[in-house]
Design a protein around this ligand. Structure first.
Ligand code: F6R
Length: 604
């Protein structure tokens, strides 16, 4: 959470910082600020609201200087107010922070005597600590401070008397940096740097990064120079723009065919998934007797689909765990467990903590991650990168379908390696995977129909998604997508479970989105739909195109092409994404930046 950027170079800093913050806004958008250093000192501007509010506020102001820091906030410690917005200044120190300082009370007791704070944030207390320790030597100050700070942090710090220089240090919270002809850059995410360069590096923990006009360099905590490990992104600025779409979310929904192609194609050799490019050995699929899939939110819902796919093909027990629960449940894992962690951002703190726990118990860990070089990617024993490109909208869409594709390929390879699927079977599955991507393209053509039918949902207060088997996993995903961006209360139910309580909530006009794409349980599902229709529900039915459904049981009927049961999630997901998107649009909401949320959840 929170987006941070730092710059020192040969351009005016203020516009560079604001442009960077615009790219990072998905990480938090309740307040924003910048601080620019010049010979006259440091000038700060901050405001409640998103970056556009900040931009408006400073449009008449001049910020002299070509070195500065900027921050877009997702409040954790202290409410949403101008005082709590970053940058924070204390004495000779101006800084921005992403993370949480856990021992802020102790630090303040020790270093705050006789001083006063202007905000309610842990960050200002950290600034007070840096200031108290500062004796004209920034690196030494940072070395001393990190010994005292507990929690997670990414700091960009400017010290009075040290012109044109930004110092950075991080623990857990991400920071990437790059050198370009315009100067030296640091940011929470490469999307803020891509306008200048595609080559960057991840700042290692316990390493001080020094940004100067003419150079940037790294030093470890003993003061020794460290060479950065360079990474390259194969997308450019256009990938992180709306490119004519009204919102990032709809753009990203439409990018799914390409994202899926980019994720699947490099792994397919003559119709057989092969993870040689990922350096994932077959051995890790053989030497296991159970699999745990651990993730949060949408990524966890992809895991639920993965469980069905793997168990069906491989006949090995797979448990899907919510990362924030898993890490506190003393999970039963050992050397014979494969722990698959799924994360778009690769920074979700609960998923990361679960990964670390699994490793400490001796399990083999495999990350399915979208962001290159992210912490989860680096710390997993093996990583299977999805190639969705940058996902900016807070609601995850393309990252979800590529996660499912990755799980299909893993299930196929595991089944092959364990003798449950022969080459012919793999080739058949590959054809079906390709068909499900073609089917997704057809789901995209339903956009206008979905746009129209979602007017029926705009004034509703409650809504239900029901499904059986894999369609229950899709119901969970449809429900989270709809509620996070439309603010309509929604619940996902396994269709057979409704009559154990929930059906009492189904009254005249309550929408029920019934996902009934599974041939194996279709008749049962139709019975459940009859039960809700009989109680007055407004039913939106989703089936495969050849499945018969009498008109009396639905109000709207959407179909996907005919596919075997396990290959329906990808085209079905698109329908659910479009339902959520247009419901939010009709309600006039901020689709890409729903209230209270942030894309990358780096706090517990
Ligand atoms: C919902 C959504 C979230 C994320 C979750 C995990 O649309 O985006 O539920 O899926 O916060 O994030 P990652 O995948 O980055 O670990």
């Amino acid at each position: 959470m929170c987006g941070i950027i730092g710059f020192s170079g040969n351009l005016e800093a203020a516009p560079v910082l604001v442009a960077g913050l615009e790219q990072l806004e998905y990480r938090g958008y309740d307040s924003a600020g910048i601080a620019v250093q010049s010979a006259k000192g440091v000038k700060t501007a901050k405001t409640v609201g998103n970056v556009s509010v900040l931009k408006e506020k400073i449009k008449e102001e001049t910020f002299e200087g070509s070195c500065g820091i900027g921050h877009t906030r997702w409040a954790t410690h202290g409410g949403v107010s101008e005082e709590n917005a970053h940058p924070h200044r204390f004495g000779k120190v101006t800084l921005i922070h992403n993370g949480i300082i856990e021992n802020y009370k102790e630090i303040w007791e020790e270093y705050g005597a006789g001083k006063t704070l202007a905000s309610q944030t842990d960050t200002e207390i950290a600034a007070a600590l840096f200031d108290a320790l500062y004796e004209g030597k920034p690196e030494e100050t940072i070395r001393k401070a990190v010994k005292l700070l507990e929690g997670s942090y990414a700091f960009c710090i400017m010290f009075e008397g040290v012109p044109d220089t930004v110092y950075c240090i991080r623990k857990v919270s991400p920071l990437v940096a790059a050198r370009a002809k315009e100067g030296s850059f640091v940011a929470s995410d490469v999307t803020a740097l891509i306008a200048y360069t595609q080559d960057y590096f991840v700042l290692p923990e316990d390493t001080i990064l020094v940004l100067k006009k003419e150079e940037l360099y790294l030093e470890d905590l003993q003061g020794r120079r460290v060479e950065p490990e360079m990474l390259h992104v194969n997308w450019d600025t256009t990938a992180a723009q709306k490119n004519g779409y009204p919102h990032y979310m709809i753009k990203e929904i439409h990018e799914q065919p390409e994202a899926l192609h980019n994720t699947i194609a490099p792994r397919m050799k003559a119709g057989i998934p092969d993870f040689e490019v990922d350096k994932i050995p077959d051995r890790i699929f053989k030497e296991i007797n159970q699999i745990k899939i651990v993730a949060c939110g949408t990524a966890m819902h992809a895991g639920m689909v993965g469980k069905v796919l793997i168990e069906k093909r491989v006949r090995i027990p797979v448990a899907v765990e919510i990362a924030s629960e898993f890490r506190y449940q003393n999970p039963i894992i050992d050397e014979k467990t494969l722990v698959i962690v799924i994360s778009q951002s690769g920074e979700t703190i609960d998923t990361l903590a679960s990964l670390r726990l699994a490793k400490s118990e001796g399990a083999c860990t495999l990350g399915i991650v979208n962001v290159k070089g992210s912490t989860i990617a680096r710390e997993s024993d093996y990583v299977l990168y999805t190639h969705a490109g940058p996902e900016i909208a807070v609601a995850s869409t393309k990252a979800y379908t590529v996660q499912i594709a990755a799980l299909v390929m893993l299930a196929m390879r595991m089944a092959y390696v364990r003798g449950k699927l022969d080459e012919a079977g793999m080739k058949k599955d590959y054809e079906l995977l390709k068909s499900s991507v073609e089917a997704l393209k057809l789901s995209l053509t339903l956009e206008e129909t979905i746009k129209e039918l979602t007017y029926a949902l705009t004034d509703k207060e409650d809504l239900f998604f029901i499904g059986r088997g894999i369609d229950y996993a899709l119901s969970c995903e449809g429900s989270i997508k709809l509620k996070e961006i439309s603010y309509i209360h929604s619940e996902a139910y396994a269709a057979g479970e409704l009559k154990h309580g929930t059906i009492s909530l189904i009254t005249e006009g309550v929408p029920v989105i019934a996902i009934a794409t599974q041939e194996s349980v279709y008749a049962k599902m139709i019975s459940n739909i009859r039960e809700v229709k009989a109680r007055g529900a407004l039913v939106i039915l989703i089936t495969q195109e050849d499945m018969e459904a009498e008109e009396a049981i639905y109000d709207y009927h959407l179909t996907i092409p005919k596919l075997p049961d396990e290959f329906t999630p990808i085209p079905t997901a698109v329908i659910l994404q479009l339902i959520a998107y247009y419901t939010s649009v009709h309600r006039g909401l901020n689709v890409d930046q729903p209230r209270n949320l942030a894309k990358s959840v780096t706090v517990e």
